[in-house]
Unconditional design. Structure first.
Length: 159
């Protein structure tokens, strides 16, 4: 028996939709953590670790990284807390504007529960001086809104 035209059309449309549904069900954005960590570490000149990664696709692409830690420079003495620790870092990007040539537009950067330990040694070495040797050298991104929530009071930091 020869399949009808409508059943062939249904197969051509239904099978890709089914495959996309299965892919969406098993997809794990954490697979990209090593790549993102490597790029961030290279860009900042120090180790960056990420615990979990979420991506929401839509008009704006929203990337949320959980348990982000920016380490001190490699030459920094052991035992001090890391330069920065953030429970959730959310970056929203307007991909269509970027593709249109309007540059990198970030409508939102949200930082939840940041802890920063910026320190300077007696010899003047500081853990907060960031090298940009691995950066892209592109134009400065346009940032719409910066939200910082649940930051500890400054008095809770070690002196």
């Amino acid at each position: 028996m020869v399949p009808s035209r409508s059943s062939r059309l249904l197969a051509w449309i239904g099978i890709p939709i089914l495959l996309l549904g299965v892919l969406a069900a098993v997809w794990n954005w954490d697979w990209f953590i090593p790549v993102v960590q490597s790029m961030a570490s290279k860009s900042l000149g120090r180790p960056v670790t990420i615990g979990h990664l979420h991506v929401a696709l839509g008009r704006h692409i929203t990337v949320t990284a959980d348990d982000v830690v920016v380490a001190n420079p490699p030459e920094w003495p052991e035992g001090d807390p890391p330069l920065a620790r953030v429970q959730h870092l959310t970056i929203e990007t307007a991909l269509l504007l970027y593709l249109r040539g309007d540059g990198l537009v970030l409508p939102l950067i949200a930082v939840d529960r940041p802890v920063v330990y910026a320190a300077k040694q007696p010899d003047g070495t500081a853990n907060f001086k960031i090298s940009t040797g691995g950066g892209s050298g592109g134009t400065t991104p346009k940032i719409g809104k910066l939200e910082i929530t649940d930051a500890p009071p400054a008095s809770s930091y070690p002196s």
